[in-house]
Write a protein that binds this ligand. Structure first.
Ligand SMILES: Nc1nc2c(ncn2[C@@H]2O[C@H](COP(=O)(O)OP(=O)(O)OP(=O)(O)O)[C@@H](O)[C@H]2O)c(=O)[nH]1
Ligand SMILES: [Mg+2]
Ligand SMILES: [Zn+2]
Length: 294
């Protein structure tokens, strides 16, 4: 059986990259469909080659991770693109994406674009102090940041709200991609969902980059993006050292006396905006959990 990496999907037609680097397209077999397996960009597919050079996907290799939004698997690095302005950064939105990446064990990286409009120093400092890698850049400038370029390894997914400049940045760093970029809506200075599909590109030297459609907070509410357990164990990693020092076992870190996390927030060892996001996300997850059993 031959193997290849799925690059994109459109109406059930998959395009994959074969081991010799050529691209072939075709459909998935009924066995996969029957088992309810939804193939994703990033999947390593096993296929047979048809006489007409199309492919027939029979199975996929076990994934090391998978995301629903954006729909992609086997990710090594998640580059969360945020705009310094237009649209203004939303900390809760950022923290939700970081929480999902951390829960999945995928390294997140924050890219603050459009620094020609605002310097975004507050946002950079906030996230660097939490232990995240953060880069500032402008897709409009010709300047390439070698450190950012070097930090891209394996399968790198560019995600973030519509209009923050994901496709523009990918075009700047990988000019032969020639991705479509879009105007912002004048009224709300948000993007207009120019990128419609998740697509993985081979950028050479073992590096793959994915452009993805912009997401909104609704995606967070509508999809099961992270479990309560993974959230508590892996998200907001800078809280871990405090959470283990709470007075009571089973502390929810929401209001209890003797909570070491709450004390750390008061002592300004933990960023208030991060703690606010933690509480909000935790409550959202709890609410979702309780809906499931109704
Ligand atoms: N001022 C400024 N504008 C930028 C920058 N990067 C991108 N833009 C503009 O922002 C708009 C949206 O850029 P895109 O690259 O299409 O944004 P996107 O994140 O791919 O958006 P979706 O595909 O809709 O999710 C375009 O008009 C870009 O020219 C930047 O660094 N500075
Ligand atoms: Mg785009
Ligand atoms: Zn606690």
């Amino acid at each position: 059986m031959e193997k290849g990496r799925i690059l994109k999907q459109k109406k059930g037609l998959y395009t994959l990259e074969t081991v010799d680097g050529t691209q072939k397209s075709g459909y998935a077999g009924s066995k996969l469909r029957k088992n309810g397996v939804k193939l994703l960009a990033g999947d390593i597919a096993e296929y047979v080659l048809n006489d007409d050079d199309t492919i027939f996907i029979v199975d996929i290799e076990e994934r090391k991770n998978a995301f629903i939004r954006p729909p992609i698997s086997n990710v090594d690095l998640l580059a969360l693109v945020v705009a310094a302005a237009e649209p203004t950064p939303d900390y809760y939105n950022i923290d939700c994406v970081l929480a999902v990446a951390d829960a999945a064990g995928v390294k997140p990286l924050i890219v603050i674009n459009k620094t020609d409009l605002d310097d975004a120093s507050e946002t950079v400092e906030l996230y660097k102090s939490c232990g995240y890698d953060a880069f500032t850049m402008s897709a409009l400038s010709e300047k390439i940041d070698p450190e950012f370029y070097e930090s891209l390894k394996g399968v790198c997914v560019f995600t973030g709200q519509s209009g923050v400049g994901k496709s523009s940045l990918l075009n700047k760093y990988f000019p032969n991609l020639d991705l479509e970029t879009g105007e912002l809506s004048e009224k709300i200075s948000r993007g207009k969902n120019t990128t419609r599909h998740t697509e993985l590109f081979n950028a050479g030297n073992g590096l793959y980059v994915a452009d993805t459609p912009g997401f909104g907070m609704l995606d967070f509410i509508n999809f099961d993006l992270l479990s309560q357990e993974d959230f508590e164990a892996f998200s907001f990693p800078e809280f871990t050292d405090y959470k283990i020092k709470c007075k009571y076992r089973g502390c929810t870190h929401l209001k209890e006396e003797g909570c070491a996390l709450i004390a750390a927030v008061k002592e300004e060892k933990v960023k208030p905006s991060r703690y606010e996001s933690y509480k909000k996300l935790k409550n959202d997850l709890l609410q979702k959990e309780s809906m499931k059993y109704k």
